[in-house]
Design a protein around this ligand. Structure first.
Ligand code: TPP
Length: 614
């Protein structure tokens, strides 16, 4: 680095500090001191290492920059101003204002932002997904740079990320940790103990480079070393929070507080006054992604009546959908249970084992979605709850991810309640823009897996452990948002609604009722969100509003909740007889456990009789 550029970079860093103060003071909100500590790091990165065409954020050869410490948005947006892609006016009048794209924490509403951050511990795991795409799929030399906070490294997901980054040899990934010693409420666990950080980072298989995070030469050297590494690099930069303004520098009590106007004025003077430098930075190396044509998807066909588990059909169908080269799969070390192994066997080059790290499983899916891939991640449905914050954030990231949760409900039997998903439908329904599917047989599973690939947002499929008869022909359509009336007649007096295993119980209940001369309509609610309100209304109308809903899920937020909401939203509120898992299950056979939960065929039939007063 020449003296001249060193001076320029210093001026850029001061501009980033000044603008971070100005925008947060004007908004009366934000995190200027968290921005000021990292300003030197980002100035050197931006001026000397980040290869990015600011006018073409979709250029596949661009580097990626993720602010894992998303609360440093004043710094990120000040960088956007310095890159000439947002104006000073937008920064000053838009930051954190209603209706503005410069939200409190960055989201991909902004074309230069890959993923939403602000829930700490997510940006680095997301970056692992982008780096996986770069190294194994795009095969492009772009680099992924992630700015982390030091207090943020208390999150286990940061270490899940470094572990997987090392396992996959992601030399294209660099984490830059802003070790400013302070978190939100006070000092961090490790303070400025860079040696402790180095040991941890190295223990996870990454290269650690400790530096003075305010020495531009040291920063430049570390970023150069990182780019030439053969393992992931973590730059551990010792910094001072609020750097550059003596009144707040390295002082407690200034986290997340904008400077009052008169203090901001003094700070701006101390930092050399406002500047409006625009820097062009480095262009990406030319490169494009190899375009591979979609192969033809031939879904598996299942003979009616044969018993096949929906989890197996999921794996087999996904292996078929893998004929499309953009489809990738990620496992949480249970692929012989979820049957994702079917995809692994067919497409090993597009299969990522994330081991027992569910947060990283979701985050890697989000990162792969950033690069346009079509990720399917699978584990036991119960264990997806562990990554719920990541699932929630992926909706804010506008990521397109497909999740499969197997081993739903008490039906799993002997393993007991620790392995049973009984909350997953509620959790997934609540995600903004999500799709929730719950097929009952192999034929509908296969059809729905294909549609999942084409659907945006968070798309969830719940599968069942046990094998149940195939109900439908292989050419039957199952549009998302539909429902199947599996059994009906002009004499129907009650409607039984189920999905997954309870659909089979509803069918058995209808048989039992039929023997007593009671005709029952049976609805397969394979699409829980969106829901087929028309079919529900029609069934209710045909059966005198007598409805039994049976689900292998806790009563809150599952199928019953979805049905009630559908009727309510349609302006036709209908009470339901709601059979759900109300007690805490233990171990047993599936039949014993479903009986104990009150969702067996006999109990569904009895609920119908009760409604009819029969
Ligand atoms: C998962 C999560 N927990 C808590 C918070 C609240 N929070 C926001 S910033 C912060 C402190 C972060 O400190 P550090 O990572 O050191 O960043 P700094 O601001 O000091 O640079 C906390 C606790 C959050 N945003 N996300």
């Amino acid at each position: 680095m020449t003296e001249q550029t060193l001076d320029e970079t210093h001026a850029l860093a001061q501009q980033l500090r000044v603008d971070s103060i100005r925008c947060s003071t004007s908004a009366g909100s934000g995190h200027p001191t968290s921005s000021m500590s990292a300003a030197d790091l980002m100035a050197v990165l931006m001026a000397r290492h980040f290869r990015y065409d600011w006018q073409q954020p979709d250029d596949p050869a661009n580097d990626h920059l993720i602010f894992s410490k998303g609360h440093a948005s004043p710094l990120l947006y000040s960088m956007f101003k310095a890159a000439g892609v947002i104006s000073d006016e937008e920064l000053m009048t838009g930051y954190r204002r209603f209706g503005s794209r410069l939200e409190g924490h960055p989201t991909p509403i902004l074309p230069w932002v890959d993923v939403a951050t602000g829930s700490l511990g997510q940006g680095l795991p997301d970056g692992v997904g982008v780096a996986l795409a770069g190294k194994y799929l795009d095969e492009l030399p772009y680099r992924v740079w992630v700015l982390c906070g030091d207090s943020e490294t208390a999150e286990g997901s940061i270490w899940e990320a470094l572990d997987k980054a090392a396992y996959y040899g992601l030399s294209n990934l660099t984490a830059i940790v802003d070790v400013n010693r302070l978190g939100q409420r006070g000092p961090t666990e490790l303070g400025w103990d860079l040696d402790a950080y180095v040991k941890r980072v190295e223990g996870f298989g990454c290269r650690a480079i400790p530096i003075d995070g305010h020495d531009l030469g040291e920063i430049d050297q570390a970023l150069t070393q990182a780019a030439g590494a053969d393992q992931p690099t973590v730059i551990l930069a010792r910094t001072r929070k609020g750097r550059g303004f003596d009144e707040v520098e390295d002082r407690e009590g200034w986290h997340g507080r904008p400077l009052p106007a008169e203090m901001a004025e003094r700070a701006i003077i101390e930092l050399g006054g406002p500047r409006n430098m625009v820097i062009s930075g480095l262009r990406p190396e030319a490169g494009s992604v190899r375009v591979r044509a979609d192969g033809e998807v031939t879904l598996p066909r299942y003979e009616a009546g044969v018993k096949v588990a929906t989890r197996l059909a999921f794996g087999q169908a996904l292996a078929a959908v893998g004929a499309r080269p953009g489809v990738v799969a990620l496992d949480g070390e249970v692929d012989n249970s979820t049957h994702l192994e079917e995809f692994a066997k067919a497409h090993p080059g597009r299969y990522f084992e994330m081991f027992i790290a569910e947060q990283q499983l979701i985050a890697a899916s989000v990162g792969l979605s950033v690069r346009g891939y079509v990720p399917f991640a699978a584990t036991f449905a119960a264990f997806l709850t562990r990554a719920y914050d990541f699932i929630r954030m992926s909706a804010i990231s506008q990521a397109n991810i497909r999740l499969c949760g197997s081993h739903a409900g008490t039906e799993i039997g002997a393993d007991g309640p620790s392995q049973m998903a009984l909350e997953d439908l509620a959790m997934m329904r609540a995600v903004h823009g999500s799709t929730v599917l719950y097929p009952s047989d192999a034929a509908s599973t296969a059809r729905l897996v294909l549609q999942m690939a084409d659907r945006g947002g968070v798309v969830y499929m719940r599968t069942t452990r046990g094998a149940y008869p195939v109900l439908y022909g292989p050419d039957e359509e199952f549009p998302v948002g539909g429902a199947k009336v599996v059994r009906s007649s002009a004499d129907d007096r009650v409607t039984l609604i189920g999905a997954g295993v309870t659909l089979h119980n509803c069918l058995a209940a209808a048989d039992e009722l039929g023997r007593d001369g009671i005709a029952a309509r049976v609805v397969d609610l394979y699409s829980i969100k969106p829901i087929d309100t028309a079919t529900l209304l029609e069934a209710a109308g045909a059966t005198g509003d007598r409805l039994v809903v049976a689900e292998d899920h806790y009563p809150e937020g599952g199928i019953g909740g979805a049905v009630l909401q559908a009727f309510n939203d349609a302006g036709h509120p209908v009470p339901i007889s709601h059979l759900a898992v109300r007690g805490l299950p233990g171990s047993g056979t599936p039949a014993e456990l479903m009986e104990a939960a009150g969702i067996s065929a006999a109990q569904i039939a009895q609920a119908a009789r009760d409604l009819l007063g029969a």
